[in-house]
Design a protein around this ligand. Sequence first.
Ligand code: BES
Ligand code: MN
Ligand code: ZN
Length: 501
Amino acid sequence: MKTTLSFANLAGIETELLAVLAADTQTSKASDAKPEPVLLTTDEAVKAAAAALLASGEYKAGANETALLHGPAGLGAKRLLIVGLGKQAKATVHGVRNAAGTAVRFTKPRGIRELVLALPELEAISGPGSVRAAVEGALVGDFDPDTYRSDRKDQSVQSFTLAATGNSDQDALQAAFAEGMIVGESQDFTRSLVNEPGNKLTPTILGHRAAEMAAEVGLKVEVHSTEKLHELKMGAFWSVAQGSEEPPALIVLRYEPEGVVDGPVLGLVGKGITFDTGGISIKPSDNMEKMKYDMAGGAAMLGAMRAIALLKPKVRVIGVVCAAENMPDGKAYKPGDVETAMSGKTIEIINTDAEGRLVLADGLSYAKQLGATHLIDAATLTGACVVALGSANAGVFSNDDESYAKFDAALATSGEKFWRLPLGEEYAEQIKSDIGDIKNTGGRWGGASTAAEFLKVFAEDTPWIHLDIAGMAWVEEAKPYIAKGPSGVAVRSILEWVRSY
Ligand code: BES
Ligand code: MN
Ligand code: ZN
């Protein structure tokens, strides 16, 4: 998709399709209050073209509600698409992000290759933040997961133009536009990895993809395997990897901006289980195919590292992705086994399906050994988190209120929804082992919190944030602005958290 920022007059733009946002200005809460939709543009010709539709009462400007007009009078565009933002008083740049995605996803299947989106002319949502969000939304909307379909038609929108008509601060908008491109492409990079099936994306191949990306954007990269795991005494990571014919990959990326020699070092640690069968504690067959996305946390870290390398914040960052396949096998680890993690802690295995925390345990220790002063991890860690929060929020845990506050602030820019869940002594109690230091499951209740407590043991006293994205990494039902499939959740929030240092 070729993307451009334009400052041309809307009415004069010659294009296949011009999309303009609309909002509902009705403020009364009375049940019989009718929507009062308005176009968020000052262009009189565009307003005139849509006047009859808006007056008809048929179109309410609900969030992502669309209406298409052919041959709009007085415009250079062949079609005029109206995309709703919902209530004007509640309009946000996150609504603009989604509306841009909706415009792209409306355009794509109709074989229309050219789209111009008008930036909304509404004080609260018209600045650089809106430009960035619109570009992100357009790129995210353009992604479809049908990589291996023989009849895959490349229906991508070939040319996407954002029209920021009437804006004076063109340099700031150009910068925001470039930033949105980097962020949107990085999120889509993550999604393309998450979408790959287990046979096409083994730990080794994930390592190759990471190295390729690192070379492109100028990150230092090392991809290790079995030998290094033994050398580092990563008994927890190896216990998961040992049951697969596919060797594990320990992917290490380093972002070291010039001139930054002190200050914090941020450690980004991702769960990269390229397929999770559950191992000897094997999962039921129903929906097991979904477990190809059990590397979404690792892929989110790779996407975030990509964006970091291109946006160049002044802080050092280390990315560690622990990639392995969780398989049942003659050599697989078993319930009852006791493993010694890199940190020296002994872990009693209760359930081989609680493998994510094991690979992360050693990943967190290693990030600390490499110098990380602050840690963040992302993982599709627990079904319990999905039960608690559904697909509306991801879970976030932290042992440090200051780090958490920074993450919470990052959410205002990213627009992603995370809900803080508790850690606590009671949960720590649930994972005490009779034979060793801790066990890898804490019983039926509070599963997201006991898993987080497990990780906390390995973060030790380093400030640490844990993101449980199990319920958010895969979009189960297509939305107007995003396809069914991998979401790329957490890339934007991790990036903004890093930039806050
Ligand atoms: N990868 C799964 C968690 C998961 C569940 C991700 C649903 C995405 C959607 C994880 O490895 C797992 O199997 N967790 C177990 C832990 C249990 C055995 C303590 C779970 O949540 O059931
Ligand atoms: Mn599992
Ligand atoms: Zn898993």
